[in-house]
Write a protein that binds this ligand. Structure first.
Ligand SMILES: Nc1ncnc2c1ncn2[C@@H]1O[C@H](COP(=O)(O)OP(=O)(O)OP(=O)(O)O)[C@@H](O)[C@H]1O
Ligand SMILES: [Mg+2]
Length: 235
């Protein structure tokens, strides 16, 4: 299913952050969002998710206009967000954090809680060994796995990932990259905010560049190379 963002304006109170921002993300593809710190990448994902009201424009999922829906409703339609900084329930166990994800599960799901739990634990076996451990005591990599696993509990059609590899060692980042690739191959529309050029090159089917809350450029896969990306990311 295609996610289409139509010329949205959004911000915080009187502060307008996004200006007429538009792009689409297709099922089976990884769409990367690039931009400098403060460009509005996180704000874009929050606006899609329904955590932030739109001041103008619209968001469509397939045929449906989801612009005015709160996050609980976008989740039940199959949109999942893995937030920047993970945002787990630190005092809850790994297992309880997964329960939170399962509670947000899509109404249309035909699988049982147990099936879904087994599926996400197969993707991240490290979590299985730590089901009773408090989330706050997990390593950074394990926390990212749990945040991802929790999002996958809703069996998303659209997965919004906000800098999943931030601060992780390369081997864990590579594992998450493989999982992301697999999800796209399984037909999920992945929207990935990412600063690491090698990850963008490895995963992106296309990329959009945001500057000061505006769409600056849209790059197809064959336009993505390290020189272009490093120029845009200013690294
Ligand atoms: N809750 C908030 N209230 C007011 N302003 C905010 C809030 N959250 C973000 N902003 C502002 O909105 C702008 C865009 O922030 P956003 O978090 O979307 O950037 P970003 O591209 O994700 O940056 P980073 O790469 O640092 O994560 C920034 O100027 C930021 O200060
Ligand atoms: Mg951000």
């Amino acid at each position: 299913m295609t996610l289409v963002v139509h010329a949205i304006d959004a911000g915080y109170g009187a502060v307008r952050v996004l200006h007429q921002l538009g792009f689409s993300a297709r099922a089976g593809e990884v769409t990367c969002i690039l931009g400098r710190n403060g460009a509005g990448k996180t704000t874009t994902l929050r606006a899609i998710m329904g955590l932030l009201p739109l001041d103008a424009g619209a968001v469509h999922l397939g045929d449906e206009d989801i612009s005015a829906l709160p996050a609980s409703e976008t989740a039940s339609r199959g949109i999942a967000l893995v937030p920047q900084g993970r945002r787990l329930f630190g005092a809850l166990s790994v297992s309880e954090n997964l329960d939170v994800g399962l509670m947000a599960r899509r109404a249309s799901s035909t699988r049982t809680d147990n099936d879904i739990r087994e599926h996400v634990l197969t993707l991240f076996p490290r979590l299985r060994e730590r089901m009773k451990q408090r989330a706050s005591t997990l390593s950074g990599g394990e926390q990212q796995m749990l945040a991802t696993a929790r999002a996958l509990c809703i069996e998303p059609k659209v997965l919004l990932l906000d800098e999943p590899s931030e601060g992780l060692q390369p081997s864990i980042a590579a594992l998450l990259r493989d999982t992301t690739r697999q999800l796209a191959e399984d037909g999920v529309a992945v929207v990935l905010v990412e600063q690491h050029i090698d990850t963008v090159l490895a995963l992106a089917d296309k990329a959009i560049l945001i500057e000061n809350g505006r769409l600056e450029k849209s790059l197809a896969k064959d336009q993505l190379d390290a020189t272009v990306l490093s120029r845009h990311l200013g690294v």
